[in-house]
Write a protein that binds this ligand. Sequence first.
Ligand code: AMP
Ligand code: ZN
Ligand code: ZN
Length: 408
Amino acid sequence: MKISFRAALALLVIFLAACAAPAPKSKPDSPLILISIDGFRADYLDRGLTPNLSALAADGVRAEAMRPAFPSLTFPNHYTLVTGLYPDHHGIVNNTMVDPVLGKFSYKKSAELSGRWWDGAEPLWVTAGRQGVRSGTMFWPGSDVEIRGGRPDYFLPFNGKMTPEQRVEQVLGWLDLPADRRPRFLTLYFEQVDHESHDHGPNSPEADAALRTIDSTIGRLVDELKKRNLYAKTNMVIVSDHGMTAVSDQRNVLLDRLIDLTHVDLVTAGVLTGLNPKPGYEDEVEKALLAAHDHVQCWRKGEIPARLHYGTNPRIPAIVCAAEDGWQLQTQSFLDRPNARHGGGEHGYDNADPNMRALFVAHGPAFKHGLVVAEFDNVDVYPLLAQLLGVRPEPNDGNAATAREMLR
Ligand code: AMP
Ligand code: ZN
Ligand code: ZN
């Protein structure tokens, strides 16, 4: 075969370039388990009720606190954790929303609704899947929906009746699969602490009992990982989505006293109220709500303080009102409902509120030992997770320096 001088030169250049380029980084093979304990306020870790979590923190990394994204609600924050985007940017702006095209979203029926609610962002399990990393999600908001054509390799539809133990069993079952089917990115989700703190308050014996239950479930996961010789190579990132504050019937501001409720479409009320004035009533409603009120502050969506990163998404109503810690802006008809909750706990407040502070504990071969880091924003978790998986992240709002500080 004759080969021209030019072609030979080109081949030589390609050969030399290949020699000079660094070898493609082999992907880390450690499993990553992302665990969410819904409603676990940062200081719950100091109650002396969670020895297994404390042991992981002592041997790994803990944050003094993690700042949730605003609003400090479950669905917006869980999606922030797996996308690195503020809710305004990923589109899950509340647990309950109205979209100009898609209509109404309720977190309670999220699995039945279009994946288009979620496709303002790509969750980590989809990105990981495209890059050859399998995932198994033992519940996570959005994990039971097809998003941008992808799903976790293994997932279950949300079922609150599945016990914490059964959820751990499922994760272990996935880790026991043969290597060619085994997921490397796993999630685990527990709502019990959130539920008990809502029903009985953050300082209740019931909330404490739920803390103990979930902590011992995590202890069991650790024991089972050890039995399988997996503990030393598994990275665990344990977070919550927000904290919790005690509320009371004595701390309700009545929305009916501020505006004529027939002049608005009310999207949400309570800790975070969102509403759209009906045509012709814009000025009247704005005048009433934007004025100064005790315990509640309202804004036009475009005028929400920049630090909250909230207000550009079309799913955010025209007027947003945030209640002061421990307070709620409620309608009389809601308070009169037979199943209305009286007292207990709530969240959804300003993300700078100390009671909304969330949990961050991480442990595993990638992490430093015994490090306590200062409070950081939960948008930073996503670049950390992507790095642990060796996955190229999607564009995000997170700061990669947070991961650099924690990793060995
Ligand atoms: P909230 O505390 O009001 O923000 O709502 C949180 C509740 O959402 C949890 O306590 C769960 O009962 C529920 N939940 C959590 N994950 C899912 C999910 N993937 N699908 C449906 N509901 C969920
Ligand atoms: Zn939550
Ligand atoms: Zn909750």
